[in-house]
Write a protein of this length. Structure first.
Length: 273
């Protein structure tokens, strides 16, 4: 369950973008040491699991994503294996929330949707945000820092008690830097932002694009995950860029929790063994 939540957050951060006819940007996700203190889990086993998850969810050296958004949806290209995506994969996010994952290596694709990454019932996020009035320039866009605190309950089945030291909630904190430079093109931002809307951050982002985010959690103490837009601009994009190529073959979606990782498939998207 915890693995799904963390993967859900990272996946959401990777595809945040308002719809715009001719917008293209490059973003990088990386795990790095944090100067901000973060309490470690009381249970050493949970800390070990968190460390393993962090290493699996953020490839060594980070990962770059090239994102193009237009009237037909969003297209995200991944430079390395990431979550359920194999290296070189392309995610097509349609305006209705449906998703198609392309694997150019073997010319296959599978279908999924934003609902597959939704949090289970009973895991309603509690979100606290604070606009700081602090602005900085990120890739040429004036962006304001917004402090964020998120807690998500980790419910257990009826009659089951949590083992000693087992956390009852997952907590995260961090900052988002948002810009209103693209405010005129955010009509369908809720559809394109994926899981961040479910985390209660949709109101922050509906006014523009998240140029940078930094997420911290006791699950990976002493470290933080940064998503940073390094390049952004407008350029013409052919409509076919958002379609499945005619010579691609459909295959079953990866099985498992939320179709992010799961039995029989690594988080990188390839088969085990």
């Amino acid at each position: 369950m915890i693995r799904k939540v963390v993967a859900f957050v990272l996946l959401a951060g990777a595809i945040v973008a308002p719809l715009h006819a001719e917008l293209k940007f490059t973003a990088k996700v990386e795990m790095r040491p944090s100067a901000t203190p973060s309490l470690a889990p009381a249970d050493p086993m949970m800390e070990m699991i968190g460390n393993m998850m962090a290493e699996m969810l953020v490839p060594a050296g980070g990962i770059e994503m090239t994102v193009v958004v237009g009237d037909k949806g969003s297209r995200v290209e991944y430079s390395k294996a990431y979550l359920m995506f194999p290296a070189g994969a392309v995610a097509l996010v349609k305006p209705d929330g449906s998703m198609v994952i392309l694997n150019p290596a073997d010319k296959t694709f599978w279908k999924t949707s934003a609902a597959d990454a939704a949090l289970p019932p009973g895991m309603t996020p509690k979100v606290t945000t604070k606009r700081t009035g602090e602005f900085t320039d990120i890739a040429g866009a004036r962006s304001e820092r917004v402090a964020v605190q998120i807690s998500i309950a980790l419910p257990l089945p009826d009659g089951v008690q949590a083992p000693p030291g087992m956390p009852t909630e997952l907590t995260m904190s961090g900052d988002l830097w948002t810009t209103d430079r693209y405010k005129a093109s955010t009509k369908a931002a809720g559809l394109a932002m994926g899981g961040l809307g479910s985390l209660g951050l949709d109101k922050i982002l509906e006014g523009g694009l998240a140029m940078r985010s930094v997420i911290r959690s006791p699950l990976f103490p002493g470290r933080e995950i940064e998503t940073l837009i390094t390049k952004i601009g407008e350029e013409a994009a052919p409509a076919s860029l958002f379609d499945v190529p005619a010579d691609y073959k459909e295959v079953p979606a990866p099985s498992g929790i939320g179709r992010i990782g799961g039995p029989g498939r690594s988080l990188g998207g390839g088969p085990r063994g």
